[in-house]
Design a protein around this ligand. Structure first.
Ligand SMILES: [Zn+2]
Length: 329
């Protein structure tokens, strides 16, 4: 991926800030704890003595494996004692652990020299300026999904499945998708009229997966097609980075397909994008209020048959305005 130098530096500065913050918090808390539990500083001295003694033991001719096992055992016992002392004085057992935003890479951005998932998502956020996404997702997540906003007496056509029952099924499928995402991946097609909660549901999925460290890009179809156009007419590192990310992210969400301005060029790019992601086993969620026939007329037979055969369809129905009001509160 080609972040510009400035973007890369800005990102690394964020990681440096996090590490500095963690060190500061640990050092502040250490002072606090030492003055509350003086015995703890002695215990910490013992910890460093044990570490040093295992090295001296090796110099004195002791077997390396035996020395290591010995010190490991002693350190574990001391660690346990330390946690107990902290808790007895009313501190959480992990009070002196650095408060990492990402425990996986310990806020370094890298694991074994490779970019951590948090780094990938941060790069996406920089290029796509998704910084507001966390605010939206704090309001739109599975905990806030309220089935009661769907009318249990609302039916569509000849169906005897109410809007609420339909939403219940949609919710379960969305949760299954999230649960099996890391093993199965998969693609979703969210169908339904404007305002019946498709965006809300895709945000619920995005939030749950972001929390699992999955990289997610969210676009309205309008924005995505704009990027497709810019890629052709503007060449700069930011556009290229975004292009890579569209192909590379674990989950691409395209909201409201059918509301953008299409032409044969952008439609071809859409096909290329969806097809490439299928071939790479990368997941995509598309939401649309188009029917199968609308899709075929608007795009091509190729796109429509691809989408309908490789995507699991989830439907939402309902009287839009009421639901929209409650959901958007
Ligand atoms: Zn990380």
């Amino acid at each position: 991926m080609a972040l510009s130098n400035e973007q890369y530096d800005a990102l690394m500065r964020q990681y440096n800030h996090k590490q500095a913050r963690n060190n500061q918090i640990v050092s502040y808390r250490t002072d606090e704890v030492y003055s509350a539990i003086p015995a703890l500083s002695q215990l910490d001295e013992e910890v460093s003595k044990v570490s040093i003694s295992s090295i001296t033991a090796i110099f004195e001719g002791q077997d390396i494996a035996e020395a290591a096992a010995n010190s490991k055992r002693k350190l574990a016992a001391l660690k346990e004692k330390r946690a107990a002392m902290l808790e007895a004085a009313g501190f959480p057992a992990d009070y002196l652990e650095p408060p990492y935003d990402c425990p996986d890479c310990k806020d370094t951005g890298f694991i074994n020299g490779k970019r951590c998932h948090c780094f990938k998502q941060a790069a996406i956020n920089i290029v796509y300026k998704q910084s507001n996404i966390s605010t939206i997702l704090s309001k739109e997540n599975f905990d806030r999904f309220n089935l009661n906003v769907y009318d249990d007496n609302y039916f569509e056509g000849n169906s005897d499945v109410s809007a609420r029952a339909t939403a219940q099924i949609a919710l379960e499928r969305a949760q299954n998708f999230v649960q099996n995402f890391k093993t199965n991946g998969g693609n979703l097609l969210l169908l339904g009229q404007t305002g019946c909660g498709k965006t809300f549901l895709s945000n619920c999925i995005a939030k749950a997966l972001l929390d699992q460290g999955v990289s997610v890009i969210y676009f309205t179809a309008f924005e995505l097609f704009k990027v497709f156009e810019e890629q052709t007419f503007k060449k700069n590192s930011s556009v290229e980075e975004l292009n890579d990310q569209i192909f590379d992210c674990d989950l691409l969400i395209i909201d409201d397909l059918g509301t953008e301005f299409q032409n044969s060029f952008t439609t071809a790019r859409l096909f290329q994008c969806l097809n490439e992601r299928l071939l790479q086993n990368k997941s995509t969620i598309i939401s649309t209020n188009l029917s199968f026939e609308d899709m075929r007329d608007t795009y091509s037979e190729r796109i429509t048959s691809r989408v309908f055969s490789y995507y699991e369809a989830i439907k939402l129905i309902g009287e839009d305005i009421r639901i929209k009001k409650v959901i958007n509160k």
